[in-house]
Design a protein around this ligand. Structure first.
Ligand SMILES: [Mg+2]
Length: 329
């Protein structure tokens, strides 16, 4: 008997026939950060994420308010990667019967704070009971006439860009798991893990001004998500290790927890930054947008003919990454 764990996440979806299905005209189906549903006056972007107790979070280390924020933020991050404006959230919550009411109250408070921050309506949902906390958030976004940024849109000779500083979230998670705390650097990494900031404005501007050919939000890790662009675009993605922005805070946390900061930055995941490709002629415009938003954007590689992801060391030679990202099964 085949088990789900033998198939892996993508194998499971493939076996269920979710990839390559015939969709009505104008639809974009599974395989991107959001599905796109055509409608008059601007298409809709749709995405769903699950948060399961003891798989995605632990009650002992995650407060309900932060979790509510994160549940909304990870979905808004998927909208951001397509260039969609957040419109509405619906929330399915299965909660243990003896969970204190205050937990649920705080969870919805955090959820609403994030939704409000991005002018998104908390539009409905469903509740039920379960042995453990299971949360499913669906987000709807409005493309408002913009062409969606897809994983499959990369072109040969594109630059590879990354917003923000990856690895801090993974460093924060390590600190949580090891029970380490204290200091400003550690606090910053913890916040990045618990309350990620979706790059909604960046995604909107990149799509609005048609600056990027492809995009994905970094949830699995920079290398793994570069792999998704590579696979869907049928091209090789080169990541230059020396160009990955590494914050002081990441390095401090890595030192404290005995981890390799490069591995956290490249393979840690849950960064919720945007990884995107764009033609070299757009370099200045992209840097200008980053400056306007007060958000770092860095060129971290390029797109070439071929397949797969290569990591280039500072000497220009290919390196073997030790850890390539997160697998859900
Ligand atoms: Mg995503």
């Amino acid at each position: 008997m085949r088990k789900i764990k033998d198939l892996g996440e993508f194998g499971l979806l493939r076996e269920l026939g979710l990839f390559g299905q015939k969709l009505p005209e104008g639809w974009i189906g599974p395989g991107d950060d959001c599905a796109i549903a055509p409608k008059s006056g601007g298409n809709l972007a749709i995405t769903t994420d699950l948060l399961i107790e003891d798989i995605h979070f632990r009650l002992s280390t995650t407060g309900p308010r932060d979790l509510g924020w994160k549940a909304a933020a990870v979905n808004l991050s998927d909208l951001a990667s397509m260039g969609a404006r957040p419109l509405a959230l619906t929330v399915g919550a299965a909660l243990p019967k003896n969970l204190p009411f205050e937990w649920a109250e705080e969870f919805y408070k955090g959820l609403r704070e994030c939704a409000d921050r991005f002018d998104c309506v908390l539009a409905g949902g469903d509740t039920s009971s379960a042995e453990k906390i299971c949360l499913s958030v669906t987000a709807l976004g409005d493309m408002e006439g913009r062409r969606p940024l897809l994983r499959s849109g990369a072109r040969e000779n594109d630059d590879l860009w990354l917003s923000g500083e990856p690895g801090e979230s993974a460093a924060g998670l390590l600190l949580l798991e090891k029970g380490l705390s204290g200091g400003k650097a550690l606090e910053k990494c913890l916040r990045r893990h618990l309350c990620p900031e979706p790059r909604v404005e960046l995604g909107l501007l990149l799509a609005e001004r048609r600056l990027a050919n492809s995009a994905i939000d970094v949830s699995d890790g920079v290398l793994a998500d570069a792999g998704h662009i590579s696979e869907r675009s049928g091209l090789k993605v080169l990541v230059e290790a020396g160009k990955i922005p590494m914050s002081r805070e990441l390095c401090a946390c890595a030192a404290k927890s005995g981890a390799d900061p490069f591995e956290l930055a490249l393979g840690g995941g849950e960064d919720y930054e945007l990884l995107f490709t764009a033609p070299p002629k757009n370099r200045e415009a992209i840097l200008e947008i980053g400056k306007g938003l007060g958000l770092g954007v860095a060129m971290v590689g390029k797109v070439e003919k071929g397949s797969g992801v290569s990591l280039l060391g500072e000497d220009g030679r290919e390196m073997e990454p030790k850890r390539s990202g997160w697998s859900h099964f």
